[in-house]
Design a protein around this ligand. Structure first.
Ligand code: HMG
Ligand code: MG
Length: 306
């Protein structure tokens, strides 16, 4: 009973680029988003309104949003998401004219205490208190709110993370009005049964249409974890074009699973995504050339070798 349609959120412009040492000009980020749209992506995480001292690569957030500005008659068939850690970030995102606002705000917390401290410099409980007014303000302005839950199977500082921690965090997210949660394997250490247990914990508080998977591919398990998620009825996943990325506070973790590899898997199973794989492969080449490296996607490599 697998889903017949999957919605992929390309997080490459944010999760993918945030860890890049070389500064990527806003123009390249904007063009990356534009090309992802053209390849059929309907949901893109475009930047984050975090502290530029912590993540310098995202310092051009307002410029990126300006470049993506949409006219009033734009059908808004594509959703733009941005990460927001606190009210300061929310205010910054809303300071722009309405046409430059995101559609979705993503607050992000960790299922492990130690990662919470390293990533956002506060405890899990403190982070929830910080998000409470962010969520309220976003909803007041008609924006949708998603919650990213990090380290739901493993933490670089604490090791294995119990599913109960994921359930507790999902409940906290629910209590402050977060509408959708992403279950993230930040380190990419998860295997299918562990990922299913983390998803099950989130599904105790959210419906199957309000839970997505966010898998990094460090240990090469992300596609297996995706299949395990599909078996639970999960039909929304984050992925990153060309497999870009890594998290600055999760040493050694590689990028999200490549969007190209996800599309190949899904189309091969007769599950539609609305994405043109060949066009997507070209997008991956575009950004990889800009960064001076090869796309990490195996599918991209195989198709281009033909
Ligand atoms: P802090 O240092 O505790 O915050 O950082 P603060 O309130 O004391 O502020 C310190 C300075 O930052 C001040 O500037 C503030 O103005 C400024 P100063 O007075 O020193 O000049 N500041 C800001 N500037 C711009 N926008 C803001 C903002 N907030 C404060 N929003 C803070 C706390 C949360 C801000 C910081 O830790 C931070 O920005 N962390 C972001 C870390 C991050 O982006 N990590 C990567 C994303 S998470 C991820 O990748 C995981 C995910 O993909 C899922 C997964 O795979 O797990 C989502
Ligand atoms: Mg991530």
């Amino acid at each position: 009973n697998l889903p017949t349609h999957v919605q992929l959120v390309d997080v490459g412009p944010r999760d993918g680029l945030q860890n890049e040492k070389q500064f990527v000009p806003a123009g390249v980020k904007i063009e990356l988003v534009r090309r992802l749209r053209a390849a059929g992506l309907k949901h893109i995480e475009v930047t984050s309104f975090v502290s530029p001292k912590w993540v310098p690569q995202m310092a051009d957030n307002a410029e990126v949003m300006r470049g993506l500005r949409r006219s009033i008659d734009d059908p808004r068939d594509v959703r733009y998401a941005v990460l927001v850690p606190n009210l300061q970030g929310m205010d910054a995102a809303l300071a722009a004219p309405r046409e430059e606002w995101p559609d979705d705000v993503v607050v992000f917390a960790s299922a492990s205490e130690a990662f919470s401290q390293k990533n956002i410099n506060c405890s899990i409980a403190e982070s929830i208190e910080r998000f409470r007014p962010v969520v309220a303000r976003a909803l007041e302005h008609g924006l949708a709110v998603r919650g990213a839950m990090s380290c739901t199977v493993g933490c670089p500082y604490e090791g294995e993370v119990a599913p109960e921690r994921v359930g507790m965090l999902a409940k906290l997210m629910k209590d402050i009005g977060v509408q959708h949660v992403g279950v993230a394997d930040t380190l990419g250490v998860g295997t299918p049964l562990k990922v299913q247990r983390a998803l099950d914990a989130a599904l105790r508080h959210y419906g199957v249409d309000q839970v997505s998977g966010h898998f990094h591919d460090t240990y090469g398990q992300a596609l297996a974890n995706t299949l395990a998620s599909l078996e639970l009825g999960i039909w929304q996943f984050d992925a990153s074009v060309a497999g870009l990325g890594g998290c600055p506070y999760a040493k050694g973790a590689t990028g999200n699973v490549a969007t190209e590899d996800m599309v190949y898997l899904l189309h091969g199973m007769g599950i539609e995504t609305g994405i043109d794989l060949d066009a997507l492969i070209d997008v991956g080449v575009y950004i990889s050339v800009a960064l001076g490296r090869e796309p990490v996607s195996r599918v991209s490599k195989a198709v281009r070798a033909k």
